[in-house]
Design a protein around this ligand. Sequence first.
Ligand SMILES: [Zn+2]
Length: 600
Amino acid sequence: MTALKTRAELDPAMTWDLTQIYISDEEWEKEFGSLDRLLSRFLGCKGHLADSPAVLKEALEADDALSLVMERLYVYAHLKADEDTGNSESQARMDRISARSAEISGECAWFQPELLAMDEALFNEYLNADILSFYRRTLEEIGEERKHTLSDKEERILSLASDVLSTPDKVFSLLNNADMRFPEIVDDNGGKKELTHGNYNRFLESADRNVRKGAFEAMYDTYAKFKNTLAALLDSQVKTGVLESELRSFPSALEASLFADKVPAGVYNGLIDSIHRNIGLIHDYFKFRAEILGLEKLDMYDIHTPLLPECRLEVTWDEAVKEVCDSLKILGSEYHSAIGQAFEKRWIDVPECRGKRSGAYSSGCYGTPPFMLLNFVGTLDSMFTLTHELGHSMHSYFSDRNQDFHYASYKIFVAEVASTTNELLLHHHLLRKADDLKVRAYLLNHLIEEFRGTVFRQTMFAEFERDIYAFAEEGTPLTADLLCDHYFKLNQFYHGDGVAPDDRIRYEWSRIPHFYYDFYVYKYATGFSAAAALARKIIAGETAPYIQFLKAGDSKDVLDIMKDAGVDFINGDPVGDALEFFRENMLELRNVMQQLKPGK
Ligand SMILES: [Zn+2]
């Protein structure tokens, strides 16, 4: 294996050009120096918001001006730090902006409480003032929060207690990431290897069933030893959520969490109901998997191993760019010329190099290109990562160019929609031209696995989360036994007869960090479903609503933005529609695997 190149040895054409943010580090320093002036403009309004609508407008504008510059300073610093984590100058710059941002957000914390403390009649008057019309949407959102805001004294108590209330999450993360140790297991070469969070999935993908089984058992036997501590932590986390939602007069912790996105509980429950109605689809997939792997039933550790381990496709960078661009042609010339810039104007940092941050992401800020960090290694997965990140970047690009800074950043509810839509379009494009049966099978299975992991699995988590909060709200303590039994039951329901009940899976809840993020995971499933619905429309020739969606930013409520794009979570069933897509691909995979059978 050749050694990784250093950053200096890379072909500049394959790296991002960050001079599009600041011409030089000195320019960054100069702007960093302007933060005090921007901050004092904002602080000048403190204590005066109720004076007049003009003062409130000045405060909102000063806040925007400050946030824009902070974002730009931060983005440059973190991209520089990530391209070479060994560069101490870049790391120091990152530390400085992080520390300054934390200070500034502390100094700006007065704004919302002061606004919420305003006399209600006066606030409503401001809400209708012409001079504030641009900010009306933001003010209305703040107005909604008034209903759930407590007295000054109570808010102060809650804010002083917030650090203590975040203890369960902190303790879980320390136990899970730092203190827990897993035993050694036997790897594919017969050697011994310490199991870690990092290598667990690789072991589960092994073609050797004993390796998979060994990793699975070692993982859950370790968690089982800590089951009471882990149950007490999750119980405290859930109780904290229930307590806060009660104090703030929400009907439930679920509704308190969905409030910020203005998503009704019906959408959350609707997702679970849709999956229940279609659960047979995933059961069939597991039975099919068992058949292909030659097993009577799958065990939980047989779910991740590739169906076609021998199929490894190599893709050069130029081929990846061509395929991705071709797959997106369907979106029309406006979209296509935007992605052209990504490649021509060096928005992408392509190759691996020494010290570069691993993984991939899209990041930028208002007024700069939406840069992408990749670690392209010439595989099919790398090509999918390129189109995924390009999807994020195009969403930012179109939102930034069509919305004012204040309303440009889209919400997390829609954050994975554009990236997933791109993946689905690439999938469609590659499948249409692939003659080789093995390649077709690989592509189909890739898509089905995405569905399994993102739609079915995350909905199972969402259901578990909903149920344990409901238990807590009824006053039922979340003991280890209750959590294990309930999880085991749900897991059986989501896997069906094709998967043998393995007792160890009852501990899986205890290793999922997302259960400490308060009703977050459902967004993976709704986002993927929305993308599947959009991709089907695009393939059928309907692209305009999708481009509208990309341009909408945060200019409307997320469910309205989705509805404008033809994805109606209130009256329609986008999840059910997405599962039609799953069904079609599953049918095709059966077909292809049938033809691939030896002797055919
Ligand atoms: Zn993403």
